[in-house]
Design a protein around this ligand. Structure first.
Ligand code: 7TS
Length: 420
């Protein structure tokens, strides 16, 4: 089955980016792989890092290394300033009302687990329900299954249609009095679907149900305003937004974070400790036990500055143009079928090429220097929904170009010729 290129949303604004200049900020994009110029199209897994982010890590370790929140000496104060400075930048980046609602975690996965255990497990009762959708990453499925096992609650799933869109009537139907929490992905990593989360949050709130948004695939592509969305929790990973690995953000509304018990105990999360009783620290420190990823936090601040320097509106418009171009180009390949044809899509194209296994496509394409991902993308239920074992997935970032799309098409054509 071929999908018409018109199913992709039309461009709303013009390409205004100097992509050549942006590419120069990412030294890795100049390297060769298998003797060919690298074409990096695995950005949904992790993005490449601009020099400023790497320089930030270097500077911290070689010039400013010290622990935070504990010393009056110069270096400790400098590290604390950098660490807390990023918290303020992150507050502005997602428009959180208060910087103490920004909790540093390891990434999206840890953020979801924190909410699952400190918030949902604390309050949910046997027979009550947690609601997710049919397009969640395993990180937004398994923590809820664990909570259900521990509490006797049930996990409910909103089905998706053949385009890879949430069926809104089914969502509405499942918002019953039994549901105590909703957790949904903003942008699907395997389908590219942009979900109408603002509307979905409003619908859940009409039933007094708090909502977590998994923003892992959102933050380097599309502006987020947690106050406008009115989400209760929002989680994302630094490494998918040009920052380092091992650092991410959990935003939570103060009213909930205040009530939640700590996720881990240790240093920094206490006000006072005796063997009889410990008084926990205030937000956000209550949730940041132990020496954190200081270098990662500081470098994440540089990543945010970098994104702001380009502007998310320009990034979004540029990537939508690239998506339209890439979609039309891949649909020109005989026997190619796109999985995930939602009306509102981010720059992710999952595809199947007749009966060629996606891993074979990935291998042939890799020999051409083109990096795409093949597999289930940690969304096995999506693969089950579409009756396929895996897809090949090209996922784009702001530094990708139409020439790189052409290289992808040449690679796919080669795979088609080899295997057919
Ligand atoms: N949620 C979504 C929507 C994701 O895409 C991912 C990672 C995660 C959660 C987990 O993020 P982490 O940083 O905690 O690991 N997605 C992918 C991917 O598409 N390919 O590799 C990782």
């Amino acid at each position: 089955m071929k999908v018409a290129a018109e199913t992709i949303a039309p461009l709303t604004s013009k390409d205004t980016l100097d992509v050549g200049r942006i590419r120069a900020d990412f030294p890795i994009l100049n390297r060769k792989v298998n003797g060919k110029p690298l074409v990096y199209l695995d950005n949904a897994a992790t993005t490449q890092k601009p020099s400023v982010v790497v320089e930030s890590l270097r500077r911290y370790y070689l010039e400013e290394n010290s622990n935070i929140h504990r010393g009056v000496h110069y270096l400790s104060q400098k590290a604390t300033e950098g660490y807390e400075g990023t918290r303020k930048k992150m507050r502005t980046f997602i428009n959180a009302p208060d910087a103490h609602e920004i909790i540093f975690v390891r990434g999206t996965t840890e953020g979801i687990n924190l909410v699952a255990h400190s918030f949902v497990r604390e309050r949910i009762k046997p027979g009550e329900e947690i609601l997710i959708t049919g397009m969640e990453h395993h990180s937004n499925i398994v923590p809820w299954q664990i909570v259900c096992e521990m509490t006797g609650a049930h996990l409910r799933v909103v089905p998706i249609n053949d385009k890879g869109e949430i069926i809104m009537e089914e969502y509405e139907k499942r918002l019953t009095p039994k549901v105590k929490f909703v957790s949904i992905v903003h942008i699907s990593n395997s389908l590219g679907t942009v979900n109408p989360v603002k509307q979905m949050i409003e619908m859940a709130h009409a039933h007094d149900i708090p909502v977590l948004i998994d923003g892992a695939q959102t933050v380097s592509h599309k502006k987020v305003d947690v106050q406008d969305l009115d989400c209760d929790f929002f989680v994302f990973s630094g490494h998918k937004m040009f920052g380092p690995t091992g650092i991410g953000i959990l935003f939570g509304k103060s009213e909930y974070l205040e009530q939640m018990p700590p996720y881990q105990g240790g240093g920094d999360m206490i006000k006072s400790v005796t063997f009889e009783k410990t008084i926990y620290n205030d937000l956000p420190y209550k949730f940041e036990a132990g020496t954190p990823n200081i270098a990662g936090v500081i470098a994440l601040g540089s990543a945010v500055d970098y994104i702001n320097g380009i502007g998310l509106d320009s990034i979004y418009a540029y990537e939508q143009d690239l998506l339209a171009y890439a979609t039309a180009a891949v649909l020109g390949v005989d026997g190619l079928r796109i999985i995930g044809t939602a009306k509102n899509k981010s720059a992710v194209i999952s595809f199947m090429l007749e009966d060629v296994h996606p891993h074979d496509i990935g291998t042939i394409i890799d020999a051409e220097g083109v990096a795409i991902r093949t597999g289930h993308h940690c969304t096995q239920p999506v693969m089950q929904r579409f009756g396929i074992p895996a897809t090949a997935r090209a996922s784009f970032a702001v530094y990708n170009t139409k020439d790189e799309v052409d290289a992808l098409i040449r690679g796919i054509d080669k795979a088609r010729k080899v295997f057919q």
